[in-house]
Design a protein around this ligand. Structure first.
Ligand code: S3P
Length: 470
């Protein structure tokens, strides 16, 4: 525990409320025939967090359209307000659904000490990226979150940010609640990422903004580059060059003048994945998911599904807000098992739970390699997926860092109740399995879905799914 702050971090009351919410959130998905129709993917979670954070670090007004209004992004918005940014939203009529968000920033080096603990719910991206900002500003803040976030490793950001000059005090292993004593006298570093993590990379680059000189991150394996793209969009200088010994060196030049910008957030390929796989595994389906971000560093699942024989077309490819976007047209087809190489993991790191569902419905064996990082997500995703597959009669083996799923090409048995462990992607993935299994599949707690995909059940049911309260 953080000492000396006098704050009660995990009041029993909050846990009781969460468990009550969970009790009322059991969902079930029933087997259906083909899926049909057009839907629009919700805003990209990664891009939404970054739009708000860079808006707060910019001077003047930033507008954001298409923002994901999920709990994780709302946690970032609340934290930025606590630091002094003005973050407002209003309904807007127009072609992009949802609200128009406005951020009036405090600028790099600005902002104020938050009056209270920053409560970040389930959101690892909020915690790790905000830590980079907080470390490089001269005040003390305390981060906490739900039981899932309090279990997740933070040492990976504490280590480089400590080298730059910030101080941290957290629970054993650097877990939340975490106090951050920031400084505006950070020293620039060159840091080789020990794990492929866009969150760690982004925390260091964001800290580098309020640091004199050049702060560099060396990435042995490329991870999502939304931070780099958006930093440039706001006016920062970001250099990318090949690194000695392989990989990329990404350098940000300190003390840029970031100016408010207009941002349009593309749809989230990680959320679109659920509808895409559902259509791919239901014969006769024909759906279109509009406005999906297809940044190559996020699109590994789509390549893998095509390797498995899925019929997925990228239509109307275009660029929105500096990100490549397409409408994905998916038709149901017979899938076959494939080997998914470890090198592909960073480009589909959030998509293995839903890929496991596709693999369960495919004919043959699918081997997924290089999955050690899945154990550090909202839940231990390897263990959660394995338990869910077992509960639904899917033959598979789980290793320390791999998963092998044996599909027969026939619908899996289903009939299980899956423990979601506060993990939105486990909940959504197994609900998709329920559409294609012989018996309905239930999840014990659907409430985490709201962290990334509010309206998931309605959207899926609009395509012909049957996802209901159990
Ligand atoms: C994210 C990076 C990934 C991903 C997460 C969002 C981001 O995490 O799993 O959902 O927005 O940078 P890691 O950086 O831990 O791999």
């Amino acid at each position: 525990m953080v000492r000396g702050s006098g704050v009660a971090f995990s009041p029993p009351f909050r846990e009781a409320v969460l468990s009550l919410r969970a009790q009322s959130a059991k969902l079930v998905a029933r087997p259906v025939g083909r899926l049909q129709g057009r839907v629009r993917a919700p805003g990209d979670k990664s891009v939404s967090h970054r739009a708000l954070m860079l808006g707060a670090l910019a001077l003047g007004e930033t507008t954001v359209r298409g923002l994901l209004e999920g709990e994780d992004v709302l946690a970032t918005a609340a934290a930025l307000r606590a630091l002094g940014a003005e973050v407002t939203h209003e309904r807007e009529a127009g072609p992009i659904p949802g609200s128009l968000w406005r951020v009036r920033g405090f600028g790099v080096g600005g902002g104020r000490e938050p009056a209270d603990v920053l409560e970040l719910g389930n959101s690892g991206t909020s915690a790790r990226l905000l830590a980079g900002i907080l470390a490089s500003h001269p005040f003390t803040s305390v981060l906490t979150g739900d039981a899932s976030l309090r279990r997740r490793p933070m040492q990976r950001i504490i280590e480089p940010l400590t080298r730059m000059g910030a101080r941290f005090e957290g629970r054993e292993g650097g877990r939340l609640p975490l106090a951050i004593v920031g400084t505006d006298e950070m020293v620039p570093i060159e840091y080789r990422l020990p794990v492929a993590s866009a969150q760690v990379k982004s925390a260091i680059l964001l800290a580098g903004l309020n640091t004199a000189g050049e702060t560099s991150v060396i990435e042995p394996e490329a991870t999502r580059d939304h931070t780099e793209r958006m930093l440039r969009h706001f006016g920062a200088e970001v250099r990318v060059a090949p690194a000695e010994g392989g990989g990329k060196r990404i350098t940000v030049i300190g003390w840029p003048e970031l100016l408010g910008r207009d941002i349009v957030v593309p749809g989230d390929p990680s959320s679109a994945a659920f509808a895409v796989v559902a259509a791919a595994i239901r014969p006769g389906s024909d759906i279109t998911v509009e406005n999906v971000g297809v940044n190559p560093l996020r699109a590994g699942l789509y390549q893998t599904l095509r390797d498995m024989g899925a019929d997925i077309a990228f239509e109307h490819e275009r660029e929105i807000g500096g990100e490549p976007v397409a409408d994905l047209r998916v038709k149901g087809s017979a899938l076959k098992g494939v080997e998914v190489p470890a090198e592909r993991a960073p480009s589909m790191i959030d998509e293995y739970p839903i890929l496991a569902i596709a693999a369960a419905c495919a004919k043959g064996t699918t081997r997924m390699l290089g999955l050690a990082e899945l154990r550090a997500k909202e839940s231990d995703r390897l263990a959660s997926v394995s338990a869910g597959l077992s509960a639904n009669g899917v033959k598979h083996e789980m290793g320390a860092a791999d998963l092998v799923v044996h599909g027969t090409g026939a619908p899996p048995a289903g009939g299980g109740v899956v423990a979601t462990h506060l993990d939105h992607r486990i909940a959504m993935s197994f609900l998709v399995l329920g559409l294609a299994a012989r018996e309905p599949v239930a999840v014990d707690d659907g409430s985490p879905i709201d962290t990334s995909f509010p309206g998931f059940a309605q959207l899926m049911n609009g395509l012909g799914a049957r996802i209901e309260a159990a």
